[in-house]
Design a protein. Structure first.
Length: 179
């Protein structure tokens, strides 16, 4: 971009006028499309995990499983949902600082912590779900193949989640570097 393009853009800027209500809607972070997607994902996951916790005892023979397996499944599901809620509220309320560069640096640090705890809670939840599903089972070759498929599926989901977090953090690092 050369200086003439910049001058032309500056002179043409501000041609539109917005009323106060439109401006207020633009600056509200609750209206951001990414937050709406995260909120929808959070609601769906919370509903599905709540349904799982209500039906696992009877529907998946939780009564026949050892107590520690049931407790681990419930605790890990609650930890997973709590982590998602915590992450959503931390992202929803941006960090304020003396300048934008410092705010972005703090946001990157916060996102790194959220991602680490998110990945940890996902691994714990996945492992406890596998432990629950496989406890008290006599394995055959077919069941080992199914278990291997479940493990591969969990690893792929974990990998996708890790890549997604790295992409988000890299975006904020890029923004920080531009200042």
């Amino acid at each position: 971009m050369n200086i003439d393009d910049l001058k032309s853009g500056w002179q043409n800027a501000g041609g539109q006028t917005h009323n106060e209500k439109e401006l207020e809607m633009m600056i509200k972070i609750q209206n951001h499309p990414s937050l709406k997607k995260i909120r929808l994902k959070l609601i769906i996951e919370a509903i599905l995990l709540t349904i799982l916790l209500f039906v696992y005892y009877d529907g998946f023979d939780g009564a026949e499983k050892p107590f520690y397996v049931n407790a681990l499944l419930v605790a890990s599901a609650v930890m997973y949902v709590t982590n998602n809620l915590l992450g959503f509220f931390l992202i929803k309320n941006p960090i304020h600082a003396a300048n934008i560069k410092l705010a972005l640096a703090r946001q990157v640090a916060t996102l790194k912590k959220i991602s680490a705890f998110s990945m940890l809670s996902s691994v714990i939840y996945g492992a406890s779900l596998l432990l629950f599903l496989t406890s008290e089972i006599v394995f055959t070759q077919r069941k080992y193949i199914i278990l291997a498929g479940l493990i591969v599926g969990f690893v792929l989901l974990f990998y996708y989640s890790m890549i997604n977090w790295q992409r988000k953090i890299a975006h904020f690092k890029t923004l920080e570097g531009e200042f």
